[in-house]
Write a protein that binds this ligand. Structure first.
Ligand code: NDP
Ligand code: MG
Length: 397
């Protein structure tokens, strides 16, 4: 009888979020193959305690200082749990000797240092947080090459590309086309966009996700970040990474080869598919949902070009990608600041792109030679974006 494959031991950064919860469902369905050994979040330590109990997790990291102190005195973690705090705590659990794979699903860029530490410790990196490659793709990819570490994409489009590229030569790829649902406002009259409320932007037609990425889907900033992420992951030129509108979110990418053939990957819009694929790679397991694509029912797939006037942030992201240097980091930082202000109800929806545009225009681009230079550009872009929030031009279009 064949011996069963050893369990893959997973650390999950961002365990309490939307990707985190989907990952927990995948792990729960494959307890014979997957074991959770470390979890982290920003502040929701009560949920971390529940997860620690359910999955018998020994290492828990809480990023936020006050929440870490509260977690330590709360007496809600199972006996024997080791609590770690701050970025050092995240780094400790990302490099645990007993872990094989680190899944980074922290919103924003707080996962960067722990991810780089995981790479240096030769852990396989399953990557959901797209902001990391947008900010520091050059350094993350170089570190992965240096340490011989595999990056497994979890974002659905990149996971789809990864699947379509298997067995093919990168030099035969003409272009990648990532699909975009078009988000909450794809069918709104353009003139109505000035009256968008936060609750409107948080209603995604196809996916259930965290608030930041849901707003980014409504502006297509998300697709812009994904094009930049794809460029790094698959080693392509900016013009080879493109986007198309596909309202059903069933086809996740199209890869066109130089002979004109296109391969596509299809599955329902549920993140459990790419998460399961990445965590069990290269094995396949039964369908992770009760609702697979059903060809017995009528369904159609449609594709249309992205309307530039509706989605100015996609154009800005593509320009930043073509410019290279720190421009993608500036795009990401300014977008993060503007989206947080929008979600807090302090910035109109249409001003998000204006803040990003002004921040990109206000910063001199350069090719960074160290990670510190990128982090400085990120900090400077955030400072500038905060200034631009209050510039009168941000409030009109
Ligand atoms: P959520 O907002 O739902 O969750 C964010 C998670 O990150 C929470 O667990 C949160 O903890 C944690 N977190 C935030 N800041 C820190 C920090 N400084 N240190 C440690 N943990 C932190 O986000 P999503 O799950 O939607 O997205 C996570 C990432 O995955 C994003 O980068 C997103 O772009 C990417 N992604 C998401 C997809 C989706 O379907 N949701 C699809 C593809 C990619 P707490 O709960 O305590 O605040
Ligand atoms: Mg995606």
């Amino acid at each position: 009888m064949a011996t069963p494959a050893p369990k893959r031991r997973i650390v999950l950064l961002g365990a309490t979020g939307s990707i985190g919860e989907s990952t927990l469902r995948v792990i729960a369905a494959h307890r014979d193959r997957l074991e959770l050994v470390g979890i982290a979040a920003n502040g929701r330590y009560q949920r971390l305690a529940e997860i620690a109990r359910e999955f018998n997790v020994k290492h828990v990291a809480v990023f936020d200082d006050n929440s870490f102190l509260a977690a330590k005195s709360a007496d809600i973690f199972p006996r024997g749990t080791q609590l770690h705090g701050g970025v050092a705590g995240l780094t400790t659990i990302a490099t645990l000797a007993e872990a094989d794979t680190v899944l980074v699903a922290v919103v924003g860029t707080a996962g960067l240092k722990p991810a780089l530490a995981a790479i240096a410790a030769k852990k396989t990196l399953a990557l959901a947080s797209k902001e990391l490659l947008v900010l520091a793709g050059k350094f993350v990819m170089a570190a992965a090459r240096e340490h011989g570490v595999r990056l497994l994409p979890v974002d659905s489009e990149h996971n789809a590309v990864f699947q379509c590229l298997e067995g093919h030569h990168a030099s035969d790829v003409r272009r990648l086309v990532l699909t975009a649902s078009g988000g909450a406002f794809r069918d709104w009259p353009l003139e109505k966009l000035s009256s968008v409320r936060v609750a409107d932007a948080l209603k995604h037609p196809n996916w259930s996700m965290g608030p930041k990425i849901t707003v980014d889907s409504a502006t297509l900033a998300n697709k812009g970040l994904e094009l930049i992420e794809a460029q790094w992951l698959f080693g392509l030129r900016a013009e080879q990474c493109q986007a198309v509108l596909h309202t059903q979110s069933i086809v996740h990418c199209l890869v066109e080869f130089r002979d004109g053939s296109m391969l596509a990957q299809l599955c329902p819009p549920s993140m459990t598919f790419p998460i399961q694929h990445a965590l069990l790679y290269p094995d396949r397991a039964p369908c992770p949902t009760d609702d697979p694509l059903n060809l017995e029912k009528k369904f159609s797939l449609d594709f249309r070009p992205v309307e530039a006037a509706r989605y100015p942030l996609l154009g800005l992201a593509q320009a930043a990608m073509a410019a290279g240097g720190v421009a993608p980091a500036v795009f990401n930082a300014a977008n993060e600041v503007a989206v947080a202000e929008f979600i807090a109800g302090r910035l109109p929806f249409l001003a998000i792109s204006r803040v990003v545009e002004q921040s990109l225009a206000g910063m001199k681009n350069f090719e960074p030679t160290t990670l510190d230079e990128v982090l400085q550009a990120d900090a400077e872009a955030r400072r500038l974006a905060h200034q631009n929030l209050f510039s009168p031009a941000s409030f009109s279009r």
